[in-house]
Design a protein around this ligand. Structure first.
Ligand code: ADP
Length: 164
């Protein structure tokens, strides 16, 4: 029986695009585990702990969502938390190729685990963690694109004052 689904990502940092997928998954399934990938080779801006805290803060209103970290293979993480369903968001065609590759590789290694995709909301189709970082870094405004607290955390990272 399906108990919970996994929403994986690096979340460096979480955006409203990620949050929309998590919220929709939380409405459709009994439980959601947000899996935060450690992935030091990607040199994240936020530490694992910081990324987890920003997500926990953003999902406080969802009582069937938990946040956990993992390193290594996603299928091992899914098995560890007792899930056989991975839920991911899809933006444009550019996401498709890599997601297709990952889903097929995961299927080969773990045939019992399914990956499903939800289309992004129109207003978030252009949104990514890297865009958000770049905009804040160069003094732009990301209101409405990230959950509360994320813009402040980004400004702090880039040594900008809170309201600049
Ligand atoms: P990014 O691609 O922004 O670095 P992650 O690696 O954290 O993000 O991605 C985790 C998952 O969230 C992926 O399935 C990705 O497609 C999805 N995702 C990221 N941004 C959005 C968005 N704006 N709308 C829908 N899904 C998204």
């Amino acid at each position: 029986m399906l108990l919970k689904v996994v929403c994986p990502g690096s979340f460096d940092p979480i955006t409203n695009g990620h949050l929309d997928i998590i919220e929709r998954a939380a409405q459709l399934f009994p439980g959601v585990v947000v899996g935060v990938l450690e992935n030091p080779s990607k040199k994240p801006l936020f530490s694992l702990q910081e990324r987890v805290e920003l997500i926990q803060n953003a999902v406080r209103h969802l009582n069937n969502v938990e946040v956990e970290c993992f390193s290594g293979l996603l299928i091992d993480f899914a098995r560890r938390v007792g899930s056989n369903l991975i839920v991911k968001g899809l933006r444009a065609i550019s996401d498709f190729e890599i997601e297709f590759q990952m889903a097929l590789n995961n299927k080969r290694m773990a045939p019992e685990i399914e990956t499903i995709f939800m289309m992004t909301k129109n207003e978030y189709s252009f949104l990514s963690s890297s865009m958000v970082k770049e905009i804040v870094h160069f003094g732009g405004d990301v209101r409405g694109l990230v959950p509360e607290g994320v813009e402040t955390a980004l400004r702090k990272k880039y040594g900008l004052s809170a309201g600049e």
